[in-house]
Ligand binder design. Sequence first.
Ligand code: COA
Length: 191
Amino acid sequence: MPPLIPPVIAPGSLSNAPQPVMTAGPDLLLRPWSPADAPMIVDAFRDPATRLWHGRSVDTIAEAEELIQRYIRGWRTESSASWALTTTAGEVLGRVALRGIDLEWGIAEVAYWMRAAARGRGAAPAGVLALSQWAFGVGVHRLLLNHSTRNTASCRVAEKAGFALEGISRSAVPHADGWHDMHAHALISPL
Ligand SMILES: CC(C)(COP(=O)(O)OP(=O)(O)OC[C@H]1O[C@@H](n2cnc3c(N)ncnc32)[C@H](O)[C@@H]1OP(=O)(O)O)[C@@H](O)C(=O)NCCC(=O)NCCS
């Protein structure tokens, strides 16, 4: 079936270039993951909150290395894009990512977690803002941000990064303690 509407983002727009390094504030960087980050990911997933909101664990270096390979494949296949959020001195604070990238419609969903010791200093919203600006620059039209209605910290990230609350998806995502309603936020490209 021939398309009547051209893709919002041309295929290859992401993967034809190396995944970029970006600044996310005076002391923050977004950079691609490296296999050497595996121990930090294992450490991050020891935190019960990280496990609770992601419904999975990463217990071993081998599992973390596999996850990093998945992040790298995501860029190559233009299906996801995942960055380590670090200080300019190199300390890894957490992860900020786009998943479910849909080039045809120019849509993607923002995802993130911060290491327990790095929380409460505004790093996640700064990372999400920088990532959003980059995404709009490459042609994304609409960014989704979904979180459990019980995850008040994540809701604050959405609010601080300017993602408007559009509604509640009822009983939408399974968690360890059952199905959660999800807040559906979104940010539209100003371009
Ligand atoms: C949600 C999360 C990414 C926020 O990251 P962050 O860099 O701490 O974001 P902020 O510093 O802007 O803080 C956001 C809110 O977290 C809460 N918070 C503040 N300090 C905190 C701390 N030390 N530990 C936990 N939560 C804290 C506050 O409610 C804060 O809102 P406020 O600024 O209005 O007080 C982080 O708490 C996290 O990784 N949680 C576990 C994983 C997760 O929930 N991922 C998102 C799934 S949708």
